[in-house]
Design a protein around this ligand. Structure first.
Ligand SMILES: Cc1cc2nc3c(=O)[nH]c(=O)nc-3n(C[C@H](O)[C@H](O)[C@H](O)COP(=O)(O)O)c2cc1C
Length: 351
């Protein structure tokens, strides 16, 4: 393998290739994380959609499937973030991923325990702040990325962040192949992070009716909506999103309350904790009250599509890249293909 393709990311995370599978709620489950790690990349288990006291068992499930290092991704402003932080430390997890509202206190605990801190940012000023708070690696996600996303395209965000911070950055938002990996390295990143591409692998738990919607999408079918939780989210357009875009605010409010109560059951959070988390979100993201209520919508609506296999009534977080992906390889096939194409691309450039 070309030495250009062995970067600081590989050394910091203990993986063979500079490729990260991001923490995707309901999707980044133990079989996917283990499949990614066994294939030589680095996977993050998604904890944002787990009960905090269930995270330890899920970590054990990954460990039962692979002895390779992996990470856990969670929301630092959600109820139980402290419990998840302690579990990560106790279980000796290699890396912690986080984004919204990073907590200096929790980051310090992770760093003291030697956990590699890997926040995700969508703007150069957020990357600079994340570095100050102690990030070891920063994933920078451009607007093409799936799920919550920002307005800056990947091609502009990555070079700006590479120049703006000293810690290694990893490019996310729109990656799927070896050409993309080489482009990211040229922009100054030390690797790529992918979400949507891993949704469409054999190890992904997403049921076929939903993955078929991803595979059938063209690039213009992957849109940004604020109607799911008040924040811009990139999704594969479907019946639910069309309905939400046309629905009136009162209908949205009632739907959000229903979803909040359902998520309370599934996450184990108390009503007081949910309200506290909603107010923190409001403060951090400067949301209106009705947006805060809509935020309660997201997890349960995503579960409907991504776990229950209902792509009509749930929503499908997905990046623009869904519009050009047409297959569902295993993680090993995918990673091998990416690395081979990266090698060929470097050779064709005379590198
Ligand atoms: C199905 C799906 C679920 C996601 N869930 C989360 C999440 O729970 N937490 C998070 O920080 N990011 C989440 N994201 C964003 C990804 O972690 C990642 O940043 C993004 O997918 C990268 O862009 P790409 O989809 O173009 O590869 C999600 C993305 C997708 C596609």
């Amino acid at each position: 393998m070309s030495s250009v393709l062995h970067t600081e990311i590989c050394d910091l995370l203990g993986c063979r290739y500079p490729i990260i599978q991001t923490g995707m709620g309901w999707v980044a489950t133990p079989p996917l994380v283990a499949g990614v790690c066994e294939a030589g990349a680095f996977g993050f288990l998604a904890a944002a959609t787990l009960k905090p006291d269930a995270v330890g068992d899920e970590i054990d499930k990954v460990k039962a499937l692979t002895d390779k290092p992996f990470g856990v991704n969670f929301l630092m402003d959600a109820p139980g973030a402290d419990v998840i932080t302690h579990t990560i430390i106790e279980k000796g997890v290699k890396a912690a991923g986080y984004n919204r509202a990073p907590s200096a206190e929790l980051i310090n605990l992770l760093k003291e325990a030697g956990v590699v801190c890997v926040p995700t940012c969508g703007a150069p000023k957020h990357a600079a702040k994340a570095e100050k708070l102690g990030a070891d690696i920063i994933v920078v996600q451009g607007g093409e990325g799936g799920g919550h996303t920002g307005p800056i395209p990947t091609s502009l965000l990555v070079p700006a962040c590479a120049e703006g911070v000293d810690v290694p950055i990893v490019a996310a938002g729109g990656f799927k192949d070896g050409r993309g990996l080489v482009a990211a390295l040229a922009w100054g990143a030390k690797g790529i992070a992918m979400g949507t591409r891993f949704v469409l692998t054999r190890e992904s738990p997403v049921p076929t009716p939903t993955t078929d919607r991803f595979l059938a999408a063209d690039v213009p079918d992957v849109i940004v909506t604020t109607r799911i939780d008040g924040l811009p989210q990139r999704v594969v357009r479907n019946e639910l999103v069309d309905w939400l875009e046309g629905a009136n605010p009162i209908t949205l409010l009632f739907r959000s309350l229903g979803s909040a109560l359902a998520f309370r059951k599934s996450s184990g959070a108390s009503i007081a904790e949910l309200i506290q988390s909603a107010f923190r979100l409001q403060k951090n993201e400067r949301l209106t009250r009705s947006q805060v209520l809509m935020a309660a919508n997201a997890p349960m609506l995503a579960k409907k599509a991504m776990t229950d296999g209902d792509p009509v009534h749930g929503y499908l977080p997905g990046g623009s890249v869904a519009g050009v992906i047409t297959d569902r390889p295993t993680c090993a096939e995918l990673i091998e293909r990416i690395m081979e194409e990266a090698e060929r691309t470097l050779k064709s450039l005379g590198a």
